[in-house]
Write a protein that binds this ligand. Structure first.
Ligand code: ZN
Length: 650
């Protein structure tokens, strides 16, 4: 899922070079907010599934819903669950909000069954109970006006300007607020059928393949969706409104039949949408070839427009507020990371969101000009380092706003994957991802952070304990300070690290540096394993400039300073960088003095004038802000002599 406020951050970054800080999502009531520990576990299970003892593995759900947004949110349902009982029991349990009214519960032969409700728990009884291993089914007929307390709005009745809409969004804890289900991160529904009865003028979008779409009478249309892949409960969804529908096709590598991408959009946006959704086709091909084939390839992918302020990756049918490039990439990425393999606890949510955010970055890396991807990565890094604390591991999964934290679960999660890729190398990283997606216990199932570590260790042959411990649990990032000086042919580099948060006393990071001068450059990669370290190198050229992390691989905030003593000794003043790509250059003086300065442009016109105000100094930073690119002549007066220099602004 991705909330629009998160999107604003990235879009703002691309367009304006700045961003709006992600706001926090709607929070749960105070009574659900608590800290780590056993208490949290209890609270979590209460919130997650009302502590229901289900007693079975869920095999199949057939959900029939009578929904008519023209009349309002009130709806009726008939949900059948087919299951395998785990051990002998007299009851089977369901999660269902106490706000919904149950009319009757029926067994396999249509016989009525008794049930008991308590809060959001519901237990169904059968006269002789159930035996371990027994397969059976239970149907629940119910109705009501669903509540939307907490979360992101589980069942929403709204209007999109040109018509009323009902849409659902159950992640993380909301399915029980609109249907009787087994809410779980351990057990997926193996197979699903969804029947939606609605007004003849409306259409219903949902999971899987549309197998029936017929007008039953003057007032009623039936649409049946059939899904034959395992699906976690929170990804079951419907959206009903006066949709305009069209299908586009993605040609996937090694498949004769193209994959349909079925779009349900608000009629007023049809023209724009048809143009915009085309961009998802190359993304599908990219993920399909980079990772494993599209996980639901026998069915479809699709988008359904809704009015919640973002996107939600409902399996095979992402719900979208609009069809912006990044939002489409993010929700598509979830079909692999989140849907095919689902986070095994909410504390592992970054396995959904960090991956979806990183795969969006990969879309930029592979499908767009190289510079765009690097700009995004730098922007994401500034977002993460904008605050000294915070871990990818969420401490309080009951605070939904904190759990879906844009800066940490999404952006820091993505950056951790980016660094993991740099650590193990491209081929081991992508192979590790494929092993994780295909793993015996993870494919079409669930995964925890330890599973990702295990597959990455297997693909790379490296021990990644420290890496995962620091970057998953650890808060913050390292502040890095680098000072260099060159004397003769010897370059001395001094390194200092200050962790931003005391949860990590020393970050084990790479320190990549690019030094430049006289038209030459050299890449230096260093892995100091102390807070302070220094190194000496022989250089065959005179260094003017050092860039930390030139290829954007390290999550750190760095400052770099340095001086070439050879240059300073030869001349009373040294100016650099020269040429300068930015708006400033620095004047270094061999002897501290009062410096006055005049800047002339290429045709000899004076454009700036400044002095150090009677203060002796070794160093003056000069701004070229507002001046056009080209050569400038600098006249420097140290009180004794006037010296002339040429500076190029690029
Ligand atoms: Zn997401």
């Amino acid at each position: 899922m991705l909330e629009l406020c998160e999107m604003r951050f990235l879009i703002g970054l691309m367009v304006l070079g700045l961003w709006v800080l992600p706001g926090s999502a709607q929070e749960l009531p105070d009574e659900f907010i608590c800290k780590e520990g056993a208490h949290a576990e209890r609270q979590l299970s209460r919130r997650n599934n009302s502590g229901v003892k289900h007693g079975y593995l869920i095999n199949y759900n057939r959900c029939k819903w009578w929904v008519n947004p023209i009349k309002g949110p009130y709806f009726q349902g008939d949900v059948l669950a087919a299951f395998t009982v785990i051990e002998n029991t007299d009851s089977v349990g369901f999660d269902l909000s106490s706000n919904l009214k149950v009319d009757r519960v029926y067994g396999k032969n249509g016989d009525l069954l008794t049930y008991r409700r308590s809060g959001n728990q519901m237990y169904v009884f059968k006269p002789l109970g159930w035996k371990a291993g027994e397969q059976d089914s239970v149907g629940i007929v119910y109705q009501g006006n669903p509540t939307n307390g907490g979360g992101f709005g589980y069942f929403v009745h709204d209007n999109h300007m040109k018509g009323p809409i009902v849409h659902t969004l159950s992640e993380p804890y909301g399915a029980q607020y609109w249907w009787p289900c087994k809410q779980s991160l351990h057990d997926k529904i193996d197979s699903l059928d969804i029947w939606v009865y609605t007004d003849t003028s409306l259409k219903a979008a949902s999971n899987g393949l549309l197998v029936r779409n017929e007008v039953l009478n003057d007032s009623q249309r039936l649409m049946v969706w059939k899904h034959r892949y395992p699906i976690v409960t929170y990804l079951v969804a419907i959206a009903v409104t006066n949709y305009s529908e069209y299908t586009q096709y993605a040609n996937l590598l090694g498949r004769a039949k193209p994959l349909p991408v079925q779009n349900f959009v608000f009629p007023q946006f049809r023209t724009d949408a048809e143009r915009e959704t085309k961009d998802v086709l190359p993304m599908l091909r990219l993920f399909d070839s980079l990772f494993v084939p599209y996980p639901f390839v026998e069915e479809k992918y699709g988008h359904a427009q809704f009015t919640w302020g973002g996107g939600m990756e409902h399996q095979t049918m992402s719900f979208m507020v609009n069809f912006s490039y990044d939002l489409m990439a993010h929700e598509l990425a979830h079909q692999w990371f989140g849907n095919m393999v689902t986070c095994g606890t909410w504390q592992d949510l970054w396995l959904n969101e960090g991956f979806a955010t990183y795969l969006t970055e990969l879309v930029y890396e592979y499908l767009r000009p190289k510079q765009e991807g690097l700009i995004r990565l730098r922007g994401m890094r500034s977002n993460v380092t904008g605050n000294d604390g915070g871990s990818v591991f969420p401490k309080d999964t009951l605070n939904v706003g904190g759990l879906f934290n844009g800066r940490l679960t999404y952006t820091k999660g993505a950056w951790v994957l980016h660094m993991l890729r740099d650590k193990v190398g491209d081929s081991a990283f992508f192979e590790g991802c494929r092993m994780y997606l295909r793993g015996k216990n993870t494919t079409y199932g669930f995964a925890k952070t330890a599973d990702l570590q295990w597959y990455m260790e297997k693909s790379s042959g490296r021990n990644l304990d420290t890496f995962f411990k620091q970057w998953y649990y650890g808060e913050g990032f390292p502040y890095v300070k680098i000072n260099w000086k060159q004397k003769g042919d010897e370059l001395t580099i001094q390194y200092n690290q200050m962790p931003s948060h005391n949860s990590v006393p020393l970050w084990y990071i790479k320190v990549p540096m690019l030094v430049k001068g006289n038209g030459k450059e050299r890449f230096i990669l260093w892995e100091p394993n102390a807070l302070d370290a220094s190194m000496k190198l022989k250089m065959d050229f005179q260094v003017d400039t050092m860039i930390f992390d030139p290829y954007v691989k390290v999550l750190a905030k760095a400052s770099v300073g340095g001086i070439n003593l050879n240059r300073v000794q030869q001349m009373p003043f040294e100016l650099f960088p020269n040429p300068t790509g930015g708006n400033v250059f620095t004047i270094y003086a061999r002897n501290a003095s009062v410096i006055s300065m005049e800047i002339y442009n290429g045709i000899g016109k004076k454009v700036r004038e400044t002095n150090t105000g009677g203060r002796s100094t070794n160093q003056v930073t000069v701004s070229l802000e507002g001046l056009s690119a080209g050569p400038y002549f600098i006249r420097l007066n140290d009180g004794n002599f006037v010296y002339s220099y040429k500076v190029i602004k690029n």
